[in-house]
Design a protein around this ligand. Structure first.
Ligand code: SAH
Ligand code: SF4
Ligand code: F3S
Length: 442
């Protein structure tokens, strides 16, 4: 069969899609160019916010016609939304054209289910929570065999134990579990042998890596081991929890030049009362201290964050505290989200849900505060020469190329004929915008 994978959601899902593509290939299937020439569509879904679900549902709805054109075609739904309670029933009732529904614990079974479904035509649903490692490992062993380009993602831990009160992820990704150091290092080695220069280590909370492994194994130790891989230029990681990011980790990173000086530390709110309601496990005073520690060790660090506006009970005064704290923190960038009610999470049942109109108005005000800060910090880079890893031809303009700094800032520069994705170029920054920089090679 020819397969087409449509991915929604975060890096976790992107990486799962890469692993699934590898599994399907090794089961003898071929990637399709697009929907038109595909026999199998895999929709990898996200449910972190309602609009992510709506996008996936919209796409699934549009596939009804695709399935009717050739009834032998197969539609499989996987990922976080498939794992969410109630979704399998919804799909069963209202999306009868979907053949296979597999949750986040059963991804590796997809090739077998495709075969079974093709033979019987009977719908298959597998959303069982399993912690037996074999299924996932089979995926990961295959991962390095897939051409990834110059950068790749590697899972280090799965699941989440934090239960932030607004968040659905712990319910759909299960409890935390870490892969062994040797498995991760082997995978990074295999990827770099295939030409990968930049690795992004993935976990919902990378700082809790190793908690269930033997004593002494933690994220700082893992970074040291991954740093030793030859041929690897850059190491990124996603996501850090501010509560668990400690001084020892910062000091370890300071000794490891391959680890990028980009710190993504989701703050969520600048109001202590709401941080408690969110079950984040830190207050603004601790967060402030963490930023000070990082900036002392890494004066040039890029620091980014995530913020939620309109959490239940957020008053105008609470929101003002967030605005003030955002001004104080001076983030390079902030990913801002409207609070989305996720049934089944504690926040969904909290009184005083904030209206959509108020949420939207606050989001505008937050961006109006943050965008000039992003621009001002980017302007400070004008005149400096930065090491940029080439991504490729710019999407907007084919006479330009784009790449990223160690701090993960996007740099646009004139096309260099000899530059290949993954090469490092020294670029002098000439102009700054809110979301990217322009420069010239030196
Ligand atoms: N594990 C990571 C990322 C989780 S999801 C972390 O803890 O940072 C990415 C971001 O989505 C979160 O940081 C949060 O800002 C946002 N988010 C999660 N649930 C949300 C919800 N119900 N409504 C709005 N934003 C949400
Ligand atoms: Fe969700 Fe919190 Fe876990 Fe992040 S740390 S995935 S926001 S519960
Ligand atoms: Fe979405 Fe699942 Fe990632 S809910 S954000 S795809 S972990």
């Amino acid at each position: 069969m020819r397969f087409y994978i449509q991915t929604f959601g975060c890096q976790m899902n992107e990486n799962d899609s890469r692993l699934i593509a590898g599994l399907l290939r090794s089961a003898g299937h071929q990637p399709a160019e697009g929907l038109a020439d595909a026999d199998l569509v895999v929709v990898n879904t996200c449910c972190v916010r309602e609009n992510a679900e709506n996008r996936a549902l919209g796409f699934l709805g549009s596939l009804k016609h695709w399935k009717e054109e050739l009834p032998g075609r197969i539609i499989a739904v996987m990922g976080c939304m498939a794992q969410k309670s109630g979704t399998a029933e919804l799909l069963q009732k209202s999306y009868r054209h979907i053949g296979i529904v597999i949750g986040t614990f059963a991804g590796a079974k997809l090739p077998r289910y495709v075969e079974e479904y093709a033979a019987s035509g009977e719908r298959i649903i597998d959303t069982e929570e399993r912690y037996g490692e074999e299924e996932l490992k089979r995926c990961e062993v295959l991962a390095p065999t897939i051409e990834s380009g110059y950068r790749a993602q590697v899972n280090i831990n799965y699941g989440c134990n934090n239960f932030c009160s607004y968040c659905i992820v712990p319910y759909v990704r299960g409890r935390e579990r870490s892969r062994s150091v040797s498995e991760i290092v082997d995978e990074v080695n295999a990827l770099t042998a295939n030409g990968v220069r930049e690795i992004q280590l993935l976990g919902q909370n990378v700082n809790s890596y190793g908690r269930e492994l033997e004593n002494g194994i933690d994220f700082a130790y893992l970074l040291q081991q991954v740093s030793k891989v030859e041929g690897l230029e850059r190491i990124r990681y996603m996501t850090s929890h501010p509560r668990d990011f400690d001084q020892r980790l910062a000091e370890t990173i300071a000794r490891l030049p391959k680890v990028c000086r980009h710190f993504h530390l989701p703050l969520q709110s600048g109001c202590d009362r709401l941080l408690t309601q969110m079950n984040r496990g830190y207050q603004t005073a601790q967060y402030r201290l963490l930023l000070q520690q990082i900036r002392r060790l890494f004066p040039q660090a890029t620091i980014t964050t995530d913020l939620i506006v309109g959490f239940p009970g957020e008053t105008e005064k609470d929101f003002q505290e967030t605005l003030d704290f955002v001004c104080e923190c001076r983030f390079d960038a902030a990913y801002t989200f409207l609070y989305s009610r996720r049934p089944g999470t504690p926040a969904a049942d909290m009184p005083e849900q904030v209206s959509d109109a108020v949420k939207k108005e606050r989001l505008q005000r937050l961006m109006a505060i943050q965008d000039p800060i992003s621009l001002a910090l980017n302007e400070q880079l004008v005149g400096r020469t930065l090491s940029v890893m080439v991504e490729g031809i710019s999407k907007q303009n084919n006479s330009m190329m784009s790449g990223r700094t160690d701090g993960n800032k996007i740099v646009i520069f004139p096309l260099q004929k000899s530059a290949r994705p993954g090469d490092l170029l020294d670029i002098e920054i000439r102009t700054a915008h809110t979301w990217n920089l322009y420069g010239e090679p030196v």
